[in-house]
Design a protein around this ligand. Structure first.
Ligand code: ADP
Length: 405
């Protein structure tokens, strides 16, 4: 089965093609035959395309075109033409899976895309204005290039649809609940993948595990996972809630917003910009939203970079504590995504806080660029795992499973 995966962002479209050779889903992660990426410049009329294949062919070029959909069609063309050709015709693709950020309350599982599903994704664009419209564009582009191929939507919110009401509902007026203002949670594809992978690594049944997964990338979120189900998470109604992130503030006192609206001349757009783009590591350090640049600045003695790091750690520990509160114990703490996978310092700082509970990190293993391994000491009460998140592969798996049904 050939599965094309599309992962649409506000200014990029990532894509990859997997081939599942046998009748069964392999136990291990497959590497894609082909990976492509489009980065749009501000004008959106120009795009940079980058393609690489499993055999080592690489293509990098700038292209023009009247629409983002035309750019996606161009990218798909590289699957069947030139040095990056990996299949003879696009009709060889059996199914296309799309990452869709917001599935609202109705989509608790991945679904085959119909007109009704498209309308629902469009309707939910008010809740994910940067992402859901981009996913719809991808769906439309595939329809134009591949005709009636089966398309599947895999939602980032689905995994958190099991949150109990007490975790999901904000204690505002009850009419918020009726209007759908509640915690949805995000990064679900990654949290779910990491939970399954953790069970594999630990050689345990997922339904008997209590896990906290820490997805620490540009966006950051935690999930408390009990018996395979998400029971709490730090992102909320939008991906702005929870931990301090690269350029997002995470949770702040909502009274600050009232104060700013009343006392300053902030417009809604300015608030949106400040909280999403000019806060977090970038806002406090004044250096960058990129964790590596913040660390480099700390090493040069920059106090604001140090403060940004300290707040990040403080909030990460506090978040882990809040996830811990309703799990009734912990079998494994899992780190994933850019910072979680690559920063031994953050893992060390996060774990230190829980040493009194018998969670003990192995300093040496932590330093050895661990991938999909346990870095807890033998005498630790809790396992500590570093897992390379594979969201695209998780989407491909969901497509495969859905088609088997
Ligand atoms: P996204 O959320 O956009 O998918 P990633 O998961 O790739 O992002 O994470 C990006 C973050 O990971 C950035 O803050 C980057 O600085 C950080 N990162 C990447 N490599 C390293 C590294 N070697 N050490 C520390 N942080 C890193």
């Amino acid at each position: 089965m050939k599965i094309l995966v599309l992962n649409a962002g506000s200014s990029s479209q990532k894509s990859c093609l997997y081939e599942i050779p046998d009748a069964n889903l392999p136990n291990k992660v497959l590497q894609p035959l082909w990976e492509g990426k489009i980065d749009w410049t501000q004008e959106q009329s120009e795009a940079e395309i980058e393609v690489k294949t499993a055999t080592g062919a690489v293509l990098q070029e700038f292209i023009d075109g009247d629409s983002r959909i035309a750019h996606v069609a161009y990218l798909l063309n590289t699957l069947t033409h030139g040095a990056t050709k990996v299949i003879s015709q696009l009709s060889e693709i059996d199914v296309v899976g799309h990452r869709v950020v917001h599935g609202g309350l109705d989509y608790r599982n991945s679904v085959v895309i119909t007109e009704e599903v498209k309308q629902a994704i469009a309707h939910l664009s008010t809740l994910a204005p940067a992402h859901n419209p981009a996913a719809l564009e991808g769906i439309e582009a595939i329809g134009k290039s591949l005709g009636s191929v089966t398309q599947v939507a895999v939602f980032d919110t689905s995994f958190h649809s099991t949150l109990p009401d007490a975790a999901a509902i904000y204690p505002g007026p009850y009419e918020w609940v009726e209007k759908g203002i509640r915690r949805y949670g995000f990064h679900g594809i990654s949290h779910q993948y990491c939970a399954n992978r953790a069970a594999q690594i630990l050689n345990r049944d997922l339904t008997s595990l209590r896990l906290i997964t820490c997805h620490l990338g540009n966006g950051c979120s935690l999930a408390a996972i009990k018996n395979g189900k998400s029971v709490d998470t730090t992102m909320g109604f939008t991906p702005l809630d929870g931990l301090m992130m690269g350029s997002r503030s995470g949770s702040i006192d909502p009274g600050i917003l009232i104060h700013l609206l009343r006392q300053s001349d902030y417009s809604v757009e300015e608030l949106d910009y400040v909280l999403n783009k000019a806060s977090g590591l970038r806002g406090i350090s004044g250096i960058s939203s990129d964790f590596r640049e913040v660390i480099a600045a700390i090493n040069q003695g920059n106090d604001r970079a140090q403060l940004a790091y300290d707040i990040y750690v403080h909030r990460l520990r506090a978040g882990i504590g809040s996830m811990l509160a309703n799990l009734g114990g912990l079998d494994a703490l899992v780190f994933t995504a850019g910072v979680g996978e690559k920063s031994p310092g953050i893992r060390q700082a996060a774990c230190e806080a829980w040493e009194f509970l018998g969670l003990k990190i192995d300093q040496e293993k932590n330093q050895q660029q661990p991938v999909d391994v346990d870095i807890a000491r033998d005498d630790s009460n809790v396992r500590i795992l570093v897992i390379h998140t594979q969201e695209d592969w998780a989407i491909a798996q969901q497509c495969w499973q859905l088609l088997q049904q």
